[in-house]
Design a protein around this ligand. Structure first.
Ligand SMILES: O=P(O)(O)OP(=O)(O)OP(=O)(O)OC[C@H]1O[C@@H](n2cnc3c(O)ncnc32)[C@H](O)[C@@H]1O
Ligand SMILES: [Mg+2]
Length: 168
């Protein structure tokens, strides 16, 4: 069986390859059909589902995986948050979320002006393409947890749920 991950972002592709070593993993740019910078759990999760379904529908007999990043408020603090979805041929969809980490107020301010977190992070960290490397989660955990590692955990949660329910 083959898997299509609905993104060209290397952290997402490598996370899927890491958790599904016995599968051929292809990557495909598919639309999330939500804002480029989602602002709630519901919207991020929907983006992940849309990417997974578009990926699954792109070729016969594949599993689609979508991983989507965004931000959400808990009380007045803005958190980085990610969701994943796995879509099977027979119409099943599994979802799960990843670790969250609080973002500083200045990033909250920049996002409110309409900037994307990926671009804000490069300015903040004085680095290039943070989104394709350690990610915001890597920056704000002193590189203890990378974006790939966080996505790998989300993909593991998807794989485990898929295995559990397909055996029943
Ligand atoms: O090519 P795609 O798959 O779209 O990869 P992306 O890096 O844009 O990632 P998302 O669309 O899933 O994330 C939505 C927004 O949040 C940003 N983002 C989310 N998590 C991030 C992280 O850990 N580091 C940097 N930017 C992040 C991202 O750059 C986008 O602006
Ligand atoms: Mg994006």
């Amino acid at each position: 069986m083959e898997i299509i991950i609905g993104s060209k972002n290397p952290t997402k592709i490598k996370a899927v390859q890491e958790i599904f070593p016995n599968y051929t993993v292809h990557s495909l740019n598919v639309p999330s059909d939500v804002a480029a910078q989602p602002f709630s759990d519901e919207e991020i999760r929907q983006g992940a589902i849309n990417r997974a379904v578009h990926s699954m529908e792109s070729s016969p007999n594949v599993i689609g995986i979508g991983l989507e990043g965004g931000v959400m408020y808990v009380e007045n603090q803005l958190f980085l948050c990610n969701w994943g979805a796995l879509a099977t041929r027979d119409g099943e969809i599994f979802t799960s979320s990843g670790a969250r980490v609080v973002l500083p107020e200045e990033i909250d301010f920049d996002l409110k002006t309409g900037m994307e977190l990926g671009d804000v992070m490069d300015v903040y960290a004085k680095k290039q393409e943070v989104r394709k490397k350690e990610g915001a989660i890597g920056i704000f955990t002193n590189e203890l947890v990378s974006r790939q590692e966080m996505f790998a955990h989300v993909v593991k949660l998807l794989k485990g749920q898929w295995e559990y329910w397909s055996e029943r």
